[in-house]
Write a protein that binds this ligand. Structure first.
Ligand code: PL3
Ligand code: FE2
Ligand code: FE2
Ligand code: FE2
Length: 219
């Protein structure tokens, strides 16, 4: 393993560990916001905690120390937007940010990492992907039940949150390349996954495509 690979991996691994740790805290906050689904949401939170520990193990296995402070800095704007939604009792935005946007981000990242994963990480990636699909579905189902009242608030939330994710991806472009991930492919996976989620919620395919492509800078 080259020094350049280890260096890039220390940042990517940290981003994944911090993202999973934040997902854990976000599902706990969602449990407070949606008391009727509390048990389910606490279970999803626990799954995220498990993911964070599993990915820490992946770095440890390679003898690489994750750059956690950098990852926390990179996730801060998205985490701030989520906390703002929780503080104002905005359940729609909180669900859109965690369950649709962050989870689509995770699915895209793990799908692209899968073909280049080391033998220790490969089975972990596989099982985590199954879990993330469940997290996406939870948010999709909840929002679909309130469609179309929630259409405008969902779109408004996407306007603010999707560009933040795009900026995060931009800032780790070179590190992705260094570990064998094509950044353009990851953006493509994110767009596909997020668009499908938006359609599940009730948007017309054409609307979903327009919204996502424009925000992801692919229009
Ligand atoms: C939700 O369950 C967790 C959210 C984590 C999102 C992490 C995204 C990190 C993207 C960095 C590049 C992809 C490399 C993936 C390597 C495992
Ligand atoms: Fe996760
Ligand atoms: Fe595990
Ligand atoms: Fe998740």
């Amino acid at each position: 393993m080259s020094a350049a690979y280890r260096d890039a991996y220390s940042r990517i691994n940290a981003l994944v560990i911090v993202g999973e740790g934040l997902a854990d805290s976000h599902f706990r906050l969602l449990a407070g916001l949606l008391p009727e689904d509390r048990d389910d949401l606490m279970r999803l939170a626990a799954m995220e905690g498990h993911h964070a520990r599993d990915f820490s193990g992946c770095g440890r296995q390679l003898g690489i120390r994750p750059d956690l402070p950098l990852a926390r800095r990179l996730f801060a704007p998205l985490h701030r937007l989520f906390r703002e939604a929780v503080r104002s009792g905005d359940r729609v935005s909180a669900l859109v940010i965690q369950c649709l946007i962050v989870e689509s981000f995770a699915v895209a990242a793990y799908r692209c990492y899968q073909p280049v994963a080391d033998p220790f990480a490969a089975p972990i990636i596989q099982s985590v992907l199954t879990d993330e699909a469940e997290h996406l579905e939870y948010g999709g189902r909840w929002l679909a039940a309130w469609f179309p009242e929630v259409a405008a608030p969902i779109a408004a939330c996407c306007e603010r949150a999707v560009p933040i994710v795009m900026a995060m991806l931009q800032s780790v472009r070179d590190d992705m390349k260094a570990i064998g991930i094509d950044p353009a492919e990851l953006v493509g996976e994110f767009v596909g996954c997020f668009q499908a989620a938006i359609e599940t919620v009730g948007f017309e395919p054409r609307q979903a495509r327009g919204l996502v492509a424009r925000l992801a800078g692919r229009a």
